[in-house]
Write a protein that binds this ligand. Structure first.
Ligand code: G3I
Ligand code: 9MR
Ligand code: CA
Length: 582
């Protein structure tokens, strides 16, 4: 087929001769993406709504062809062409939901190359879900990764964090500047090696919610992590690695919680054991205290069943949660800003209504004490798609899960809030030319995290109402991150036919292994391009849904984080369970 690469070659041969053109190095990253059929590259559960996105301007019909036999398993008409503003492209949708027979398939439209192969399969998201959890093991601080568990990604222990210094901004009478304390374990936040309480909050919560909402599923998973084989589900073992670090971030003298544990500057692109600069506890803040309180309250109830493996943990977590809540009540407006000598991630939330509501909701659900319910009541808390700075949706997610234990009026309020957000997202799905409920404001740094958090809130609406429309819209977002999008990438490393190879993740970039650590969701496209000044190649497009660069330089579109992987886990696990139950 005559494509952009061929025409570049022809032009080059005309101008410079064949030898010169053949020795031209291949272009890195920024390649031209041609019109092609986009599918969920992993595949679809048999009972799910199944859509592919097809560029406009070709045939009006499509066929789904079985791999191997070449048999046409389904044929149908494409939807009318419409422009999707986020990509600027005119697209049509192929709906083959009626095809439920498990198998390997490709989609065909006259005039276009066949789609990539995809599965229809009842356990299509199980291994993705396992890998996305295992990614946290790969990001563990203070532990060597052994070959029998980490394979080629085995590495030396990094960041023991036995001698972390109190930074000037965190100094108190009992802990003056320069005091050293141990604060080991935890997960690296992302592609960098620092540990931030605010972002740990939503990430750890989301994993605990996945467990709390679908315990039987996670009780059956085996991840080959160091604790595998004990009496605790592997997901909860993994989460404990971070919880035990989080506990060390609370000052027992006053209940306050340090915002982060960090070096002064981001490290070079080196393996964890080579990144040895001094680390500091930096300034306490209201957001950190409330994130900590909420997570510890949830942990207290989830681990109550595992007191033998983790003696007294449930009580310890509950006491820690209450102390952090009290600190926040006494210090309700401490906004975190980086001190002038600290240049790492800020996570500088300025609005705490949502964190107060979330922590109060979790403390109420864990302790049953009316004072926490009263702390939510005066605040007209909206339900929004959550992110590290906006926790309001997390309150509604937990309240929805436990609504049977709430007063009747509260049950109605929870239902109203959860459904109204679900409706908003559902209508966006129906309105969207590409069949993806992403709004303009969703294309920000970490847009794939927004996609998965939106899907999580749609799943909450489905579980509350049994209305399949919400589940279908959630599925569409899973399709979107797994390849049914205008970049053609399945954004999870190692899961899909075309996946990110150059994520902004220090171990993946420094380990000398071609394939990145698997199971990580890349941040995703958006027009911000805050890293353009650090990138030697141009972004392929300015369009929000196409502005993505699979290059190490692109920390704004191609970093990975614990807070984007967490909703991927929630959603992949939920779809796996809910479509099986169907
Ligand atoms: O708040 C403004 C909003 O008012 C405005 O309309 C909007 C327009 O773009 O921008 C909003 O600010 C954005 C902010 O996030 C809040 O969403 C900034 O543009 C955006 O640059 C900022 O991105 C954050 C980024 O750090 C830079 O601070 C990401 O959300 C956050 O996920 C990311 O987190 C980093 C850590 O700092 C360090 N570790 C890696 C991690 C992932 O890249
Ligand atoms: O590597 C850093 C990444 O983890 C952060 O999310 C990002 C934004 O804060 O910053 C990255 O570090 C870059 C720095 O900000 C600017 N110079 C290049 C660094 C990455 O190579
Ligand atoms: Ca907030």
């Amino acid at each position: 087929m005559f494509n952009a690469r061929c025409s570049a070659l022809v032009l080059c041969v005309l101008l410079a001769g064949l030898a010169a053109c053949q020795s031209e190095p291949p272009r890195e990253a920024s390649e031209v993406v041609e019109a092609s059929i986009q599918v969920n590259q992993l595949g679809y559960p048999p009972q799910a709504v199944k859509e592919a996105t097809v560029p406009a301007g070709f045939g009006d019909t499509f066929e789904v062809v079985e791999q191997g036999s070449g048999r046409t398993a389904y044929s149908g008409a494409l939807s009318a062409a419409e422009r999707w503003p986020h990509s600027g492209e005119s697209v049509r949708r192929a709906d083959f939901s009626e095809l439920t027979q498990p198998g390997h398939y490709r989609l065909r439209v006259p005039g276009l190359e066949e789609s990539r192969a995809f599965l229809i399969d009842g356990s299509v998201y199980a291994s993705l879900n396992d890998a996305a959890v295992k990614a946290y093991y790969f990001n563990r601080a203070s532990m060597a990764l052994e070959e029998e568990r980490a394979g080629v990604y085995a590495r030396a222990l990094g960041h023991p964090d036995e001698q972390v210094e109190i930074h000037r901004s965190a100094a108190s009478a009992e802990r003056p500047e320069g005091t050293t304390l141990a604060s080991p374990r935890g997960w690296y936040d992302a592609g960098d090696y620092n540990k931030y309480i605010v972002n740990s909050g939503i990430s750890t919560y989301t994993l605990l919610a996945a467990y709390e909402h679908f315990p039987r599923y996670y009780q059956g998973r085996e991840l080959n992590i160091p604790e595998s084989g004990d009496a605790v589900p592997d997901l909860l073992n993994e989460v404990m690695w971070n919880l035990s670090w989080m506990l060390t971030m609370q000052d027992p003298n006053d209940g306050g919680v340090y915002h982060k544990l960090t070096t002064k500057r981001f490290s070079d692109k080196v393996m964890p054991d080579q990144a040895t600069a001094q680390r500091y506890f930096v300034k306490k803040g209201t957001a950190a205290a409330l994130n900590f309180a909420a997570v510890m309250a949830v942990a207290s109830r989830v681990y109550a069943d595992y007191d033998t493996a983790y003696p007294d943990f449930s009580d310890i977590a509950r006491t820690a949660a209450v102390a952090a809540w009290e600190w926040a009540k006494a210090n309700p407006e401490v906004i975190y800003r980086n001190p002038e000598d600290i240049h790492t991630g800020e996570y500088g939330d300025e609005e705490f209504h949502d964190e107060f509501a979330w922590a109060a909701a979790e403390l109420y659900l864990t302790t049953g004490e009316p004072k926490y319910w009263e702390a939510i009541a005066p605040t007209p808390v909206e339900n929004r798609v959550p992110n590290w700075a906006d926790s309001s949706g997390l309150a509604w997610l937990s309240l929805a899960e436990h609504r049977a234990s709430l007063p009747e009026a509260a049950q109605a309020l929870v239902a109203e809030r959860v459904k109204s957000l679900g409706d908003e997202l559902y209508h966006e799905w129906r309105r969207s030319a590409a069949g993806v409920p992403m709004r303009a404001e969703d294309f920000v740094w970490g847009s794939n995290g927004v996609a998965m958090n939106s899907a999580m809130m749609l799943i909450a609406a489905y579980r509350l109402t049994d209305n399949e429309n919400y589940l279908a819209a959630a599925q569409s977002l899973m399709d979107y991150v797994l390849g049914r999008n205008p970049t053609g990438y399945s954004y999870v490393t190692g899961y899909g036919a075309k996946t990110p190879m150059h994520i902004h993740h220090r171990p993946s970039a420094a380990d000398g292994i071609e394939a990145p650590v698997p199971g990580f969701l890349a941040g995703g496209p958006h027009s911000g391009q805050q890293d353009a000044g650090d990138c030697p190649v141009a972004y392929p497009s300015d369009k929000p849904a196409k502005s993505y660069l699979d290059h190490w330089c692109s920390y704004a579109s191609n970093e990975v984080t614990i807070n984007w992987n967490a909703p991927l886990i929630y959603v992949s696990g939920a779809l796996q369970v809910l479509y099986e139950e169907d």
